[in-house]
Design a protein around this ligand. Sequence first.
Ligand code: NAP
Length: 244
Amino acid sequence: MKGQTAVITGGGRGIGKAIAEYFARRGVNIVIVDVNLDIATETAGQIAALGVKSLAVKADVSKSADVSAIFESAVKEFQKVEILVNNAGITRDGLIMRMSEEDWDAVMNINLKGTFLCSKEAIRVMAKQRYGRIINISSVVGFMGNAGQANYTATKAGVMGLTKTIAREYASRGITANAVAPGFITTAMTDALPENIKSEMMKVIPLGRFGTVDDVAAAAAFFASPDAGYITGQVIHVNGGMYM
Ligand code: NAP
């Protein structure tokens, strides 16, 4: 992976930042994409301190003009993009009867349409290179369902269908597409949950702990590595056994 370029959406913090650091420690140059330029710039600075090149790009993955600009900047800076990690994602939870159309659309636009738009632009670059690795971040709840997350679970299941279609359409161009489906991972988002919810969740995790951002990054790095060259259209579940 040394010397390759990875575009990581939502790379400013959380799981995306951990993936960026994990890849950077393996010599990959990193494009950090985030809606918040300050966070993207700060993280890109930390990545550069690991001895690789980095670039911060402010973009909303749900806007096609922003997404085109991500790949224009990436190619201008690094001439190529071997790896795309579609990690940017949001939640707007609520039971179906109370879920607004705005909350449905917001989650669809960022989690699912954003993955489509970024993949489409990446494929343009990767098809010319005849090499690419697309890694989409799904979620355990896209496979299990989850009360209060109709919009989110639909996008995360949708990401899996999209992954398999990219895998079929672009295998002949040397592009693989795979997904990582994290379970309960400790991030700022999950830290904020009440203790009683966290202890209930712990009961259904056979390995008896919440996941770390590095648990997810390791699975993403495997898909990005040459070792995964014969694997496409697949998912790795990183969930401590809560879904099998
Ligand atoms: P997070 O801490 O909220 O980070 C998400 C990142 O995406 C943030 O940097 C955010 O930027 C950015 N982002 C949001 N909207 C964006 C947009 N429209 N365009 C570009 N970037 C955008 O979330 P996380 O926990 O690391 O989750 C990362 C991914 O893993 C998501 O797809 C999530 O669904 C998935 N996942 C997480 C868990 C978990 O337990 N944490 C479990 C399963 C799956 P701002 O901060 O500036 O808004």
